[in-house]
Design a protein around this ligand. Structure first.
Ligand code: BGC
Length: 919
């Protein structure tokens, strides 16, 4: 398996030859959609690059539906070819247990007549018993996508949550149970689905085979608000005769210890339980359901080989306790105990919008160092969220192999474990004398290096594999330039994103934290939405943001929220709270899905209305929140000492007010899209009021600001607090450039200013300064991290200090995505592409080369298809290869030239000033 780091045109998609349609999707899922949470999902399809124009063309959507394994009914619908993004499902609602197979064909020629003569578009319905009612040849159809709704109504949820009934310690280090049952079938089913969930984490086996490839099921949600379930096609695992079903359970987020400062345990409950519902259909049309329950005496529990497992602590596995065959029929479970039912409202079960956490790459060690005495230090070359799979061999019963994991090494070559705090991420394997491959199941680690202790003999590279994990998402963005360090930085951003999109968007994957900090994603969302299709995972998470906001009275610092240490009581704070406006907006710009916006609008409004009440009369947000730090401001600016991340050069009220003004403007935009003109007017004038307050409080007549800092000028410029005709804007830009130069071309911003710093320079005529800063290798800067060997983006500019020592702060991570938000600037400025309309239907192509970067290649898979721009500057000319997807429009601006292009592939040439690339 390899990570999909290749471009979409090389590896990213499956092209069905002849159909000219690369993929068909429903909602924001990619590929098969089993168990989705709706009966009429919207349908999208993407044309391949042989299709340039879809205006005036038609497409046909074919929906075959029925009970899987039985007969099908087919209907076709002639629709407009340009209705290919999130078209309303033209067919009747699907029921639980029903399947639809959807394919699309584009009509061959413009003006092709509909054979039935019907022409009502879109979604015109041409049901017919005919095998090929549309007259479309088989080769012209896209691949079929399989869609099945999950358990939508109360009657569909037939199982109960069951768990072990034995006495357990009330917290920590609890033995993980196994559950099992068996059943006898007269025939092999023609279709079978397993609906699986848990209070805790669960993995299922049927007849000795693992069900699915997901890990950490059901993922983290606010469990007393909703619990995800997953749907698996298990048809091939069942047989006529006896069948065994086994479930592995563990604490996970539900009751395991999570969070910093000692964390929280039993956060959602103290009883583990699993929900399993197996729906089977037989060839004669009959069905049978098997459900987890405590009353039929057929489900049993036992302590398994996982002696304990914590997401942050790691896992201890004792192979001597393993019960091979526990998920097969005929296994002797006479010493197993009956299960008990754990009280649970099955209506809390919810089909996830997004895909599960899965392996995204496997890799071997880059180096192995024998430390003596059975200890080995391994370097996997890449810091990320992963686990080791080890070939245990030559061990005697009771022998222990221990694995410690760390992101970096200390200068003395030891693993740097201190930054992990309580989250020691240590796995232990206890041997039973048999050889086997082993990987922990219910824990996850952030690391590049591992130390293996207790290994018998030599450790061979073939004995170990690192498996990287993350929520499955379609990659949508790539950037490559002529500068290797820039490329490495971009890869680091990508790796930090992958590492932190694990069920929810987290801050870091290694220490005892791994929380859904709202501010981090607020700052990173535009970058995330360029690199991957994040609509599904982020809207799913936003559901919990709304629920927690409701519960706690304001947008919490992190979601799911757990009261921890000084963060016990959520208070309205800028950026973190602004996430409920900026995240939906970033999604809308990426996908063009107004339905998402409509769903998120009430929460965004709620936030703005709440903060409106905190503003001073002049519109400035200067009320100090009742949080130990006050506002978090420009969190972790380079002057923040190791022990005080909130101490910054820039006034916190300035930061808070500028972000709030930005949110209010975006909310006005949202209101406009949704046709709420009264709200639009109201928010426009509120934004203007705040802007005036901001100017009079923070900006002096000569353009200097009360905080004479990079962050202050950056926010004032990028959030349009100084309007274009204002002389003070130019002055602010000049002052910003001066500060950057005065600082020896190093970054002076923290979380708040960093995403916008280079934009502010470019927008005020300082492209050259922006590039010099961007390419600086001095600390603090992006390339400093690259020069120091970073393979991910760091939490602090100096997480590693120039002497190679690890920052002594208690909060030092090497895998945070927020400072990687510079990639958004890279895509727009180096690559040169920016959406002008939601969903990229119109986009700008305006590379601004600099810093000696002589060529770049940027690709974005937008909802319409592939945008691809390759430019090169040499001999006074910029040459460009441009791909505009069918239905899209590119506005190309190079130098003083402005040209527009519709769907198609173009080779362009522009005369540019000498030195264009070295500004
Ligand atoms: C986290 C962040 C977060 C911050 C909030 C840190 O501990 O790692 O990234 O946003 O706290 O102040």
């Amino acid at each position: 398996m390899s990570l999909d780091t290749g471009r979409a045109d090389q590896h990213g998609s499956h092209i069905h030859h002849g159909s000219h349609i690369e993929e068909v999707n429903v909602e924001h899922l990619h590929g098969e959609a089993l168990g989705i949470g709706m009966a009429t999902p919207r349908i999208s399809w993407v044309y391949d690059s042989s299709i340039d124009s879809i205006a005036d063309r038609r497409a046909t959507v074919r929906i075959r539906r029925g009970r899987p394994g039985l007969s099908w009914q087919e209907r076709t619908f002639r629709v407009r070819a340009d209705g290919n993004v999130l078209m309303d499902c033209p067919d009747d609602p699907l029921a639980f247990g029903e399947q639809a197979r959807i394919a699309v064909a584009i009509d061959d020629l413009p003006g092709n007549e509909d054979p039935s003569g019907s022409d009502d578009l879109p979604g015109s319905d041409d049901p017919s018993g005919n095998d090929d009612p549309s007259g479309i040849g088989e080769h012209a159809w896209s691949d079929e996508i399989v869609v099945e709704p999950g358990m939508l109504g109360p009657a569909d949820r037939k199982a109960a949550m069951i768990g072990p009934g034995w006495y357990e310690p009330t917290s920590d280090w609890r033995h993980a149970p196994l559950l099992r049952t068996e059943t006898s079938l007269d025939d092999r089913p023609v279709a079978a689905r397993l609906y699986l969930s848990a209070l805790g984490l669960v993995e299922a086996e049927i007849n000795g085979h693992r069900v699915g490839e997901d890990i950490l099921t059901p993922g983290w949600t606010v469990y007393d608000h909703r619990v995800h379930y997953r749907t698996y096609d298990v048809t091939d695992l069942l047989k006529a005769g006896g069948n065994g079903i086994g479930l592995w359970l563990a604490d996970g987020w539900y009751r395991g210890r999570i969070g910093f400062c000692g964390g929280s345990v039993n956060t959602y409950g103290d009883r583990l339980a699993a929900y399993a519902q197996l729906e089977m259909t037989f060839a004669d049309g009959s069905t049978r359901t098997l459900v987890s329950n405590a009353y039929d005496g057929r489900w049993k529990a036992k302590r398994g080989p996982i002696v304990y497992s914590g997401l942050c602590e790691g896992e201890r596995y004792d192979a001597r306790l393993a019960d091979a065959g526990f998920s097969s029929a005929g296994y002797d479970d006479s010493d197993w105990e009956p299960v008990t039912e754990v009280r649970f409202d099955p209506m809390l079960l919810e089909a996830p919008r997004m895909e599960p956490v899965r392996a995204i790459r496997t890799t071997g060690p880059r180096s192995i160092r024998n430390l003596g005495n059975g200890s080995f230090l391994l370097d996997f070359g890449q810091n990320c969220t992963q686990r080791l799979r080890l070939r245990m061999h030559g061990l005697k019963p009771g022998d222990e192999v221990t694995v410690h994991h760390a992101e970096v090494l200390e200068p003395d070559g030891e693993l740097s474990l201190r930054p992990l705090r309580r989250g020691v991420q240590t796995d232990v394997y206890v041997a039973d004398g048999h050889d086997e491959w082993w990987e922990p199941r219910f824990t996850i680690h952030g690391f590049r290096y591992a130390r293996i202790d207790g290994w018998p003999g030599e450790l061979d590279a073939d004995d170990v594999v690192a498996v990287a994990y993350g929520t499955s998402m379609q990659r949508t963005g790539w950037l490559e330039t002529s500068n290797a360090m820039v490329n490495r930085l971009h890869e680091n951003v990508e790796w930090s994103m992958r590492s932190n999109f694990v069920s929810i968007p987290t801050d870091c994957p290694q220490r005892d934290e791994r929380l859904g900090w709202t501010g981090d994603i607020a700052l990173f969302a535009p970058t995330a939405a360029f690199l991957h299709d994040v609509e599904a995972i982020l809207t799913d998470w936003m559901d919990d943001v709304a629920a927690e906001t409701e519960r706690w009275g304001t947008v919490p610092y992190y979601v799911p929220f757990i009261p921890l240490a000084e963060w016990r009581v959520p208070e309205a704070i800028a950026i973190w709270g602004d996430s409920v406006v900026v995240v939906p907006w970033a999604l809308y710009m990426a996908s063009g899905d107004a339905q998402t916006l409509r769903e998120q609008y009430p929460l965004a409004r709620r936030w703005v209305e709440e903060v409106r009440g905190h503003l001073a009369d002049d519109g400035v947000w200067d009320r100090r929140p009742n949080l130990m730090y006050g506002q978090l401001g420009d969190w972790l600016d380079p002057t923040a000492p190791p022990d005080d991340a909130a101490r910054a050069m820039t006034a916190k009220e300035l930061v808070a007010t500028s972000f709030f003004q930005h949110s209010v403007r975006l909310l006005a935009e949202m209101a406009a899209v949704l046709g709420d003109s009264a709200a639009e007017d109201d928010y426009r004038s509120l934004a203007e009021h705040i802007r005036r307050g901001f100017l009079s409080r923070f900006v002096l007549a000569d353009g200097r600001m009360t905080s004479d800092t990079q962050c202050a000028y950056t926010l004032a410029i990028t959030f349009d607090l100084l309007d274009e005709h204002d002389e003070r804007r130019r002055a602010a830009g000049d002052r910003l450039a001066e500060l950057v130069k005065g600082g020896g071309y190093t970054v002076g911003t923290g979380f708040a200013g960093t995403p916008y710093l280079l934009d502010a320079l470019c927008a005020t005529g300082h492209v050259d300064v922006a590039y010099r800063l961007f390419l600086s290798e001095q600390c603090p800067s992006w390339m400093y991290q690259v020069r120091m060997g970073g393979t991910t983006t760091w939490e602090r500019w100096d997480s590693m200090r120039p002497d190679g020592s690890v920052n002594p702060g208690v909060m030092t991570s090497f895998n945070h995505y927020s400072l990687g938000s510079v990639a958004d600037w890279m895509h727009r400025t180096i690559g040169g592409i920016t959406p002008l309309e939601p969903g990229w239907t119109t986009f700008e192509v305006a590379p601004k080369p600099g810093g000696g970067i002589a060529s770049a290649h940027v690709t974005h898979r937008c909802p319409l298809g592939l945008i691809d721009v390759r430019w090169k500057v040499s001999d006074g000319a910029m040459t460009m290869a441009l791909r505009v997807p069918a239905g899209g429009r590119a506005v190309v601006c190079v130098g003083d030239e402005r040209r527009e292009y519709e769907g198609g592939t173009y080779r362009l040439r522009f005369d540019v000033d000498p030195g264009f690339d070295s500004m």
